[in-house]
Design a protein around this ligand. Structure first.
Ligand SMILES: Cc1cc2nc3c(=O)[nH]c(=O)nc-3n(C[C@H](O)[C@H](O)[C@H](O)COP(=O)(O)O)c2cc1C
Length: 204
């Protein structure tokens, strides 16, 4: 089979960069934060994932200096909110490139719910939310050691809130949360369903 091979530094020679279509679909880090002057902020980040079990640690990458990064640097706190299919439009509106004085909860017509342990509020309509305290902010670099204007923001999850309708006999049902997943291109998303699930245990 012929291969399309390329060195990213020299360009991909395709109509669209396939990188984030290949590394996909990705869960969305819908991140709420608060500025030091008290302005609320909400934005989606698909360079997002979980990195540890105990303590649970999640992280997202800010490609460029953005309000979420600035807020978390200043206050040390953020909240992850589950972006379910029914919240797709609101999630999308919350990514608008607006100034730090704009509250994206208001922009997207979303009600807030106070957090228990951190100052940034939660998205009231989100079925799962996780309150986080920032643990590290790591600026990325190239293989040559040149700094890249991208920052990985990591945070310890200090409180989790799960809508009980997502628990079946105490087991969290991933598909029931209808998480929005980001693919590639300018606007590809995926959804998951119970039908797409299969179970495979690790070798013992
Ligand atoms: C689904 C989705 C995923 C996104 N993922 C990222 C990401 O991983 N990193 C990033 O820097 N921007 C990402 N963006 C763009 C940011 O949401 C956008 O720049 C936003 O304005 C940043 O908000 P803030 O300045 O309030 O933090 C994404 C946008 C969408 C809609």
């Amino acid at each position: 089979m012929p291969l399309h091979s390329y060195e990213p530094r020299q360009g991909h020679r395709l109509p669209h960069d396939p990188f984030n279509a290949i590394v996909g679909p990705r869960p969305i880090g819908w991140i709420s934060s608060i500025s030091s002057s008290g302005v609320l902020n909400l934005a989606p980040y698909s360079f997002f994932n979980a990195f540890n079990y105990v303590p649970p640690i999640v992280g997202f990458a800010s490609v460029g200096r953005k309000d979420s990064l600035n807020n978390i640097e200043a206050t040390g706190e953020f909240v992850w909110n589950l972006a379910s299919e029914s919240l797709a439009e609101a999630m999308n509106q919350s990514c608008a490139a607006v100034g730090p004085e704009v509250n994206e909860f208001e922009l997207a017509g979303l009600a807030t719910e106070p957090s228990h342990l951190v100052r940034p509020p939660r998205v009231q309509a989100s079925l799962v939310t996780m309150e986080c305290r920032c643990t590290q902010i790591v600026q990325l670099q190239t293989a040559q050691g040149t700094q890249v204007p991208t920052w990985l923001v990591l945070g310890e999850v200090v409180k989790v809130h799960i809508d009980e309708q997502l628990l079946q006999d105490g087991i969290y049902q991933t598909a029931a949360g209808k998480p929005l997943l980001r693919g590639g291109g300018p606007g590809d998303y995926f959804t998951i369903s119970e039908a797409g699930k299969f179970v495979m245990r690790r070798p013992t």
